[in-house]
Write a protein that binds this ligand. Structure first.
Ligand code: 4AD
Ligand code: MG
Length: 478
């Protein structure tokens, strides 16, 4: 097999006169002469120039958009604008034909909706090439960040019997014939006869298991798929999404906020440094989209400027109570412009409120802390006031909630009382409660929705466009 060189490497080479072999997919073929070839290693195509006078007519006909080809030729300096090198073709082999009449991806700008319907082929476009290279870089940076800090990467189970968030938004898992499950004497489905001998579901979060590990390793993180059967058909929700959940012993809420802020700045900084060309392309894309919006709705900063701003400035930190005051007194609220009017303390914030705080009021990421206990999960540490918990959510412009976390309730009596109040059966979480029985300690953690991070970093606006095969209500085609 001939060694091939990736196009990214060839484009950076100055070894003029040397022979190279490149393999990729044809983007365009102009004037029977100029092939724009891409192999996914970079957003940029390489130009391969065919000597059409000395090439078989039948071969030329097969160089079509989408075809897989192997090209061997001489690396030469390019006289064309915007490219330093090109390849003067000596031989070309068609590896896989692509019928232009049938191939859905044409050399033109397709709508994102159209590409969603062709998600199996959309990686071959500039936009999705850039998005998924950035996604990869972010994932790599996540591991790099935690590894440098000595965190242990834990793999928590996907099949589980617990509901970590207590929100009941779970996909059930069973091996029963769902049309005819075995039933007990009361006529209820008899999960004792199921594979695990009990009812199970797909995990909504790895946090509870993460806490167990933090109580041994000190600092751990998870990074895996999580599943929520919430029927929210929005541009920010997926039924299957990836979450990063660090959990740290001996951390309080302030340590937790500091870590989360440093983490977000680090991974975005990594992409700014390593994915410049993809970000420039995505920035131009976004700028064009912004032009379609009315002037007052356009964002003031370009994509790269926005990311630089986030990495260079402190996040705002305020309590829920302070946020409610800001919202209550906002013109938006007084003029009844919010869909959900904030009237009293205790209400859960809707995404319109979150976005008002970050986009209109502070114009930067905001960490909101100390929420009322009644709108948060059972495991959060109760404050002295008996009304609020040591929760923190990080909100960012254009997205809303990116992170949800808290200092955990480490006091056994307080935790069991809270679970009782909320109707969470202690017998089912006996193993979780054991951490509070045996060497309990102050600890904290958070969960960051990976796709929301990719959305923020790429400037894309629909979460379906930053995960390869989105799972949303009525959509599991590919
Ligand atoms: O706020 P959430 O529900 O928190 C937890 O699951 C905690 N157990 C995390 C922890 O403390 N270890 O979810 C955390 C983040 C959200 O802030 C959001 O970014 C993302 O996960 N998220 C979703 N992303 C996409 N689609 C959904 N349906 C999401 N639900 C939550
Ligand atoms: Mg949350």
């Amino acid at each position: 097999m001939v060694k091939r060189t990736r196009i990214k490497e060839v484009l950076e080479s100055t070894a003029f006169g040397s022979e190279v072999t490149i393999k990729g997919w044809v983007r365009t073929f102009r004037n029977n002469q100029f092939i724009a070839l891409n192999d996914g290693s970079t957003i940029n195509n390489i130009q391969a120039v065919v000597d059409f006078n000395n090439t078989d007519e039948s071969l030329l006909k097969r160089i079509t958009t989408g075809a897989a080809v192997s090209v061997t030729g001489e690396l030469i300096e390019s006289l064309g604008k915007g490219q330093k090198v090109e390849v003067k073709v000596k031989s070309i082999e068609i590896l896989g034909d692509c019928d232009p009449e049938e191939y859905p991806i044409q050399p033109k700008k397709h709508s994102l909706e159209f590409l969603r319907e062709n998600a199996h082929l959309r990686f071959r476009t500039n936009t999705f090439g850039a998005v998924f290279r950035v996604r990869h870089a972010l994932a790599f940076a996540v591991h790099e960040f935690f590894n440098q800090k000595g965190f242990v990467y834990m793999h928590t189970p996907i099949l589980t019997a617990s509901d970590a968030e207590g929100a009941g938004e779970m996909f059930k898992v069973t091996t029963f014939d769902i049309g005819n499950p075995p039933r007990n004497e009361e006529g209820e489905i008899d999960y004792k006869q199921d594979f695990f001998g009990r009812a199970t579901n797909l995990t909504v979060s790895g946090q509870l298991e993460g806490e167990l590990a933090a109580m041994a390793f000190g600092e751990i993180y998870t990074f895996g798929p999580t599943f929520r059967a919430e029927n929210s058909n929005t541009t920010r929700h997926l039924a299957e999404f990836w979450m990063i959940e660090p959990e740290m012993a001996f951390y309080d809420l302030v340590d937790n906020m500091n870590l989360a802020e440093e983490f977000i700045k680090y991974v975005i900084g990594y992409v700014l440094k390593n994915n410049r060309e993809d970000l420039e392309f995505l920035g131009q894309r976004l700028a064009e989209e912004e032009k379609q919006k009315p002037q007052n709705e356009r964002s003031e900063l370009g994509l790269i400027e926005k990311l630089e701003f986030v990495t260079n400035n402190d996040f705002e930190r305020i309590t829920y109570t302070e946020a409610i005051d800001i919202l209550k007194n906002s013109k938006q609220n007084k003029n009844k412009k919010f869909q959900y009017i904030i009237e009293e303390w205790g209400a859960d914030l809707q995404s319109e409120h979150e976005r008002y705080l970050v986009e209109k009021h502070f114009k930067k990421p905001v960490i909101l802390t100390d929420y009322p206990k009644d709108i948060k999960s059972f495991y959060m540490r109760l404050n002295e006031d008996g009304k609020t918990v040591r929760a923190m959510d990080i909100l960012v412009p254009g997205i809303g909630e990116l992170v949800g976390g808290s200092q955990r309730e480490e006091r056994l009596d307080k935790l069991t009382a809270r679970m009782k109040d909320m109707g969470i059966p202690a017998e089912e979480l006996w193993w979780y409660l054991d951490t509070r029985r045996f060497g309990s300690a102050e600890h904290a953690g958070f969960g960051l929705g990976f796709e929301r991070l990719v959305l923020f970093t790429t400037g894309m606006t629909n979460i379906r466009d930053v995960i390869a095969f989105p799972r949303t209500p009525k959509n599991a085609e590919f």
